[in-house]
Design a protein around this ligand. Structure first.
Ligand code: ADP
Ligand code: ZN
Ligand code: ZN
Length: 697
């Protein structure tokens, strides 16, 4: 008996071919099965999306026949297919592209036979031991939060200070649900696994009784073979806990009972290319679909989640999330004091002010550690000739090339163009070119100079180390460097925001942000939110050692030209709620998210004009569509992106905004068709994309 089936294939984004394709089969293949199908000249992986009723054996000459079925695993569940369908619609991509992006890459090139062999080599379930790892007794706040998790459905937002024991809550809740049912699965999402190697160790240790194969990691730095193994373990149910980054939110987990989104405010939950989805938002949707509990956690929640978890008010819509709080730190670990250095009173061009240096020296003298933050890597962001005004612009980007002293290169951080530092000004031959500004390399050098006279108890010099994207380029380097900090081999750690996240640096008692002012007056309305979160999280690295904290209050230092700025006032009081209320009021008055919904249309072309022409034509078509319901939606004029040119490609964008998510979604779906046609008339456009709920504007 033959049958028609529709199959999702990896259609390129925005090709006209966005729906599933119809094939013919004589086998009985169920919806959710993986198949190999012909596509053009190729043979490709497909996912059975829909099945037509059986038909009489009059084979249709136009339909192609599927090549093979990947047997041996259950089909992907109806819920998983719904998740893909929802996500593809919501983020304006084809379901085929979305589905294929969620499957492990090595599946795409596997024949049915290879797949069979792979399955036969899968590891058997490791034997489990009855012996359970010891867990600490809970704090009263943890006990209360766990009781609420047991009583209510959620979604939950856990607002817990840094060091308040959120991770312990996640582990306890997971343990309970895993014990409840022998099949239950838990998904634990983290922003970047590499930044928190301790967490994986902690999870493995706590759940060692389930056996080693019951816990799998899932992130993009894994090899294709590892990713396939993890994916299969999750899909087959042998993995009871999946610990992963944003892509893991789309893993197939047929018995999912709990999703935890740790550090839910972190921008890395938003995919920034291809299908631009938010893993946090999909986690919430997925939990409802699967009847699983979802728990978002952070010391500095996103203002969206904060707003969604506001207190209920009679007569107003019920807030979407339930808020849980853990304001205290575990043990005696006190929260650090904020110290502001008014840079207006410091000599010009001061990088590390005298009072800050004195405080550091005092801490170091007591064998405490110091963490120094500067969000700029390299030695100096610009090289400059005072004679003729030449600056180290990148010829291909609207950015300066950064001076790296280590290998004496000028490097563009956007297109990676790397050249040796010129000996003389390339424009006028002046031998004397100077640096402008400073980066982490410079701070590292300067700190070592300023602390050269200090010694460790054994008489050896103090050790200053740097952690940023440059120092950790090689695989394994980050883990190694972080371990050195933990082991106390490093006294002063200089780094970018990379070191501000999640780490548990026990002996750090002073954290300093050298130059955080840039974010105070940024054009991006989310900049203050991100700065507050960065500083509060960074401050949270300090004073985690209870013994240290009790003896000597820890400090967070901020060097600023705007010491009375409200961001610092709230930071001083560790008052996230106050900061959030003030920001949300401003956003409400300005009609910004979460009080409105946004999407960006982006276009790239060889010239800015061509990119903007496409956007403006799109605007005209969009406005024609909007004529009927004017007022519900605004399409703003096309503008160059803040990074206007990267690798000789000009970029422009256009904002679409509505107070109604539904209207925005309907508009985008219809507009999508206009755009596909428009593209054919705008041959100069290289790429275009819609970004729904964009994070950076
Ligand atoms: P968070 O995730 O909120 O930053 P963690 O869960 O990592 O906090 O807890 C901070 C530290 O306190 C960790 O070292 C953890 O082992 C410890 N801790 C957490 N809960 C307890 C508890 N109930 N009793 C003792 N120590 C705890
Ligand atoms: Zn460049
Ligand atoms: Zn010059």
């Amino acid at each position: 008996m033959r049958r028609e089936i529709s199959v999702l294939v990896p259609t390129p984004a925005y090709s006209r071919l966005t729906g599933p394709l119809t094939y013919e089969t004589e086998e009985d293949v169920q919806v959710g099965c993986l198949v190999r199908v012909p596509l053009g000249q190729r043979d490709t992986l497909g996912l059975v999306w829909h099945q037509a009723p059986e038909q009489p054996p009059t084979s249709s000459p136009t339909l192609k026949i599927i090549h093979s079925v990947l047997h041996g695993i259950p089909p992907l569940s109806a819920n998983w297919l719904k998740l893909i369908d929802f996500a593809a619609h919501y983020y304006q991509r084809s379901a085929g592209e979305f589905a294929m992006a969620c499957l492990p890459p090595s599946l795409r090139d596997m024949t049915a036979l290879q797949f069979e062999r792979k399955l036969s080599r899968l590891q058997p379930l490791a034997c489990v031991s009855a012996e359970k790892a010891l867990a600490p007794s809970l704090t009263p706040e943890q006990t209360q939060v766990l009781a609420q998790l047991a009583q209510h459905g959620g979604p939950f937002l856990l607002h817990g200070n840094t060091g308040s024991g959120k991770t312990e809550v996640y582990l306890r809740r997971a343990a309970l649900l895993l014990e409840d049912s022998p099949q239950a699965q838990v998904l634990l999402l983290v922003p970047e696994i590499n930044l928190t190697p301790q967490l994986e160790a902690r999870v493995r240790q706590r759940f060692s009784h389930l056996g080693d194969t019951a816990i799998v990691a899932m992130h993009s730095a894994m090899t294709p073979a590892q990713r396939l193994n993890s994916w299969l373990a999750a899909h087959l149910g042998t993995a009871r806990i999946v610990l992963g980054t944003r892509l893991a939110v789309l893993a197939s987990m047929p018995h999912l009972k709990l999703i935890v989104v740790d550090e839910e405010h972190d921008p890395s939950y938003k995919q920034q290319e291809g299908a631009r989805y938010s893993a946090r938002d999909l986690a919430v949707y997925r939990s409802q679909l699967e009847g699983a509990q979802v728990l978002l956690g952070s010391a500095t929640p996103s203002l969206e989640s904060w707003h969604h978890s506001r207190a209920a008010v009679a007569g107003q819509p019920v807030p979407r999330y339930q808020r849980l709080s853990m304001p205290s730190r575990v043990g005696d670990g006190a929260l650090p004091l904020l110290r502001r250095v008014n840079m207006n009173n410091q000599p010009r061009k001061t990088l590390i002010s005298a009072p800050l240096l004195a405080a550091m020296r005092e801490r170091l003298g007591r064998q405490e550690q110091v963490l120094v933050l500067l969000n700029r890597r390299g030695y100096a962001p610009v090289l400059h000739c005072a004679e003729c005004g030449w600056k180290s612009e990148c010829p291909h980007c609207s950015a300066y090339r950064v001076f790296h002293k280590g290998d004496r290169t000028l490097r563009c951080h956007h297109c990676s163009l790397t050249q040796a530092v010129p000996r003389a000004c390339p424009a006028c031959g002046n031998q004397d070119i100077a640096v402008l500004g400073h980066g982490t390399e410079k701070v590292e050098e300067l700190m070592a100079e300023m602390l050269a006279d200090l010694q460790r108890p054994d008489g050896s010099p103090l050790r200053v180390a740097r952690i940023d994207a440059d120092s950790t380029r090689l695989k394994g380097e980050l883990v190694k460097q972080l371990a050195q900090v933990h082991d106390g081999e490093v006294d002063v750690l200089v780094g970018t925001q990379m070191v501000a996240k999640g780490h548990d640096f026990r002996r750090v008692s002073l954290v300093a942000a050298l130059n955080p002012d840039g974010a105070l007056f940024s054009a991006d309305f989310r900049a203050p939110e991100r700065l507050f979160s960065l500083l509060l999280q960074a401050a949270g690295r300090a004073g985690r050692d209870a013994q240290l904290g009790a003896a000597q209050a820890c400090e967070m230092w901020v060097q600023t030209f705007h010491p009375t700025h409200p961001v610092f006032e709230y930071l001083k009081r560790h008052d996230f709620a106050g900061f959030a209320a003030q920001q949300l009021l401003e956003r409400e008055q300005a009609g910004l998210p979460p009080f409105s919904f946004q999407a960006l249309l982006r276009a790239e072309a060889r010239t800015q004009q061509a990119a903007q022409d496409f956007l403006n034509a799109a605007k005209a078509l969009g406005e024609a569509r909007l004529a009927a319901d004017a007022g519900v939606l605004s399409v703003y004029p096309a503008v160059p992106m803040s990074m206007q040119r990267v690798a000789n490609v000009e970029r422009a964008q256009m904002l679409v905004e509505s107070h109604s998510r539904k209207h925005l979604q309907q508009f985008l779906a219809a507009w999508q068709e206009d755009l596909q046609q428009l593209r054919a008339q705008h041959k100069a456009v290289l790429r275009w994309a819609i970004d729904v709920d964009p994070l950076a504007i």
